[in-house]
Design a protein around this ligand. Structure first.
Ligand code: SAM
Length: 275
């Protein structure tokens, strides 16, 4: 894919970063457990209706579960038998506490997404394999989608939400003028994206360490699902809403931008019943 050479994303550096960030992330992020969330500032499943309709007792595997809200929701509100993994023990300890408080029986595993089958058990199959805003932190998301497809039962579902490629552009305000040379105001604010096919990494070098969030073109995600043998049943680019199940003060500050460009892409794929 054309574009600047990019660093290799290392799971160990992500782990160290999320272990350090976990307490702060939990303090500043508000994620509700009464809805399934797909990402910051966007509607949950109550409005989007992307989550497949699975009967109580069906099985689900979540990759990069963070504080575990989605698996707790699926276990407590839908009666699914949930397994959830994350590379960060600090994130998992919060998830375990949340599940215990909700009386939700979730099996938690510490593992990177890369090679997760070894931790989960290579022969286990799930009715739903899902991941929300974690695959932007792996070096090879195509391989992750293939592994998710393998872990799905025949007729089962693979659902991914991740950063939208437009979101890794740079929001520019007050730079544009109308035809008469006047400041174009809000209408003049917009996005600068130097390369859609290889969007710039969102590199975080801060008090918590070093982490990279990488975005990919929408067509790349579509192709990876298809190449993994999945039919793409839904593809969504939701706009922001005032009533998001996942928010923080920082995310809310993006406000107007996220009415105009999507921050998240959501894909739902299905494995053929005979596969
Ligand atoms: C933005 S949080 C999202 C958490 C959760 N999915 C949610 O939506 O609330 C990203 C999570 O991915 C985890 N993560 C990052 N890289 C990972 C990797 N290579 N393998 C497993 N988990 C990873 C982090 O520890 C963190 O908990």
């Amino acid at each position: 894919m054309p574009g600047q050479p990019r660093e290799t994303i290392e799971p160990d550096r992500q782990r160290a970063y999320w272990d350090a960030l976990a307490p702060v992330y939990a303090a500043i992020t508000r994620i509700r457990e009464d809805d399934f969330h797909f990402g910051p500032q966007i509607p949950g499943d109550r409005e989007l209706r992307i989550l497949p309709d699975l009967p109580p007792g069906a099985t689900a595997l979540e990759l990069g579960c963070g504080g575990g809200q989605n698996s707790v929701f699926l276990a407590a509100s839908r009666g699914l038998r949930c397994t959830a993994l994350d590379v960060s023990e600090a994130q998992l300890s919060r998830a375990r506490a949340r599940a215990a408080a909700a009386g939700a029986a979730v099996e938690f595993l510490r593992s990177p997404i890369e090679g997760f089958e070894a931790a989960v058990g290579p022969d286990r199959r799930f009715d739903l394999v899902h991941s929300s805003h974690a695959l932007e932190f792996v070096e090879d998301p195509a391989a992750a989608v293939r592994a998710m497809a393998r872990a799905a039962a025949p007729g089962g579902w693979v659902m991914v939400s991740t950063v939208h490629p437009l979101f890794n552009g740079q929001w520019i305000e007050g730079e544009f003028e109308d035809e008469d040379g006047r400041d174009a105001g809000d209408a003049g604010a917009g996005l600068f994206l130097p390369n859609y096919f290889s969007p710039p990494d969102d590199v975080r070098d801060d008090a918590f360490g070093h982490a990279v969030s990488r975005a990919w073109p929408v067509s790349a995600w579509f192709g990876w699902f298809r190449d993994a043998g999945l039919s793409v049943e839904r593809l969504a680019e939701p706009a922001a809403t005032a009533d998001a199940p996942y928010t923080s003060d920082d995310w809310a500050d993006h406000g107007g931008q996220l009415d105009r460009i999507p921050s998240t892409i959501v894909l739902l794929g299905r494995k053929p019943a005979g596969a």
